[in-house]
Design a protein around this ligand. Structure first.
Ligand code: FMN
Length: 383
């Protein structure tokens, strides 16, 4: 084993580097939700059961995968499979996986308006101690009205959502860092005589990420986060587009005196031949798509046969199934996929969170074939 594990000391840099020197970080995305990132009816679709998640995390940990990123989802999207109808809550999921692994960073994905910040800060610290400094936080402002309704929480307008999220993360960070009792006097949050011990592991704090796509969401990430996830089409379809996005985000962060890493997401179908990969991708993602679930997701974005012309609706539906839910599709042989991942690294992206139709069945081949190729290209440590 040539991988040099960075010591888990109190350095924010080592946290952000996920305690390793891999230039291109690779994570597993969406495994806490039924069907993961593929709205498909194929019988091998992902269960998201705890035993499967646990096996997956141990497998990923042993293979040198850098992180696991769950989706904060509270309600299924309907359709034949009720896509995302079964989900494991992400902070408790992360705590369990951190206890069972040694190297992985595991994120919790938290809707700020749904979690009291003092309870949240303590839950994160608890997970962080369980993982000895390997807990990460994905902060979500929220966008899905129907999810908020079931908590009796009113969704704020877009700007106010991020103003609230700002106070929320400020309160969480103070609970993580204030050595003494403190008051917090915000517009939304009024907290008196807060005491929060212990502090996060190793006198530092969990790595924080956000994936807002609006200007306001991106500005929030620049001010507060270590990692920004982008899934915009430009960052996925062309190298130049990706490089431009990375330069823009890093440049804006620099103006605030901050350094931020940029990540993206993608769906992987890796097979020994291009034909096999393309056939399976079409079979799972297009021919056996759960169109009812896809229509449910589009309807949340106000895209329905009633709101857009028939031809445009059909095109959007197909695009959404093929490119949007799981992110950019990486479909092909190990050589091709390693090459495409090397391209995103060359564009300046620090990493990618990937999904598979069935994570447990497909991750071993990806790790055995693609990771060594990336190591030979100098993008990952050798295992
Ligand atoms: C990688 C990634 C992960 C995300 N995870 C979640 C999630 O788990 N739950 C959620 O409600 N929204 C999630 N989102 C949505 C974003 O947090 C954000 O709300 C969305 O991109 C809209 O951007 P805006 O809030 O700036 O308008 C995710 C987006 C991306 C690209």
């Amino acid at each position: 084993m040539e991988r040099a594990l960075l010591a888990r000391t109190g350095s924010m840099g080592e946290r952000v580097a996920m305690y390793n020197a891999n230039a291109l970080k690779i994570g597993v995305f969406g495994a806490n939700c039924s069907s993961g990132r593929s709205a498909t009816t194929v019988p091998e679709r992902w269960s998201a059961s705890w035993p499967d998640c646990l096996r997956l995390a141990r497998m990923a940990d042993a293979a040198g995968i850098d992180f696991m990123l769950p989706i904060g989802r509270w309600k299924g999207y309907g359709g034949e499979t009720d896509f995302h109808g079964t989900t494991l809550e992400t902070v408790t999921w992360a705590a369990g996986l951190l206890a069972a692994t040694e190297r992985l960073t595991v994120f919790g994905t938290v809707h700020a308006p749904l979690f009291h910040p003092v309870i949240a800060a303590k839950a994160f610290v608890t997970a962080d101690h369980i993982g000895q400094g390997r807990f990460g936080l994905n902060i979500v402002a929220g966008w899905n009205e129907g999810e908020f309704e079931m908590f009796g929480v009113k969704q704020r307008d877009h700007e106010a959502r991020y103003q609230f999220a700002q106070e929320w993360i400020d309160a969480v960070k103070r609970a993580w860092s204030e050595p003494h009792e403190f008051d917090f006097d915000g517009e939304f949050l009024k907290l008196r005589r807060v005491r929060a011990h212990p502090k996060p592991y190793g006198n530092t704090r969990p790595i924080i990420m956000n994936a807002g796509s609006s200007g306001t969401g991106q500005a929030f990430a620049l001010r507060n986060c270590d990692a920004f996830f982008t899934a915009t089409a430009a960052s996925r379809t062309s190298l130049e587009g990706a490089a431009r996005k990375v330069a823009e985000v890093k440049g804006e962060a620099l103006k605030l005196g901050r350094d931020i890493e940029v990540y993206t997401v993608g769906q992987v179908v890796c097979r020994p031949t291009q034909q096999e990969a393309a056939d399976y991708y079409r079979h799972a993602v297009i021919d056996n798509a759960d169109w009812g679930a896809i229509d449910g997701m589009l309807a949340l974005k106000n895209i329905t046969p009633q709101t857009v012309p028939a031809e445009e609706f059909a095109a959007k539906r197909r695009y959404f199934a093929a490119n949007a839910i799981g992110g950019y599709p990486f479909v092909g042989t190990p050589d091709r996929i390693a090459g495409e991942l090397a391209n995103i690294s060359a564009a300046g992206l620090r990493g990618i969170a990937v999904s598979f139709v069935n994570y447990l069945e497909e991750l071993p081949y990806f790790c055995a074939e693609v990771l060594p190729r990336l190591a030979r290209l100098g993008l990952r440590e050798k295992d």
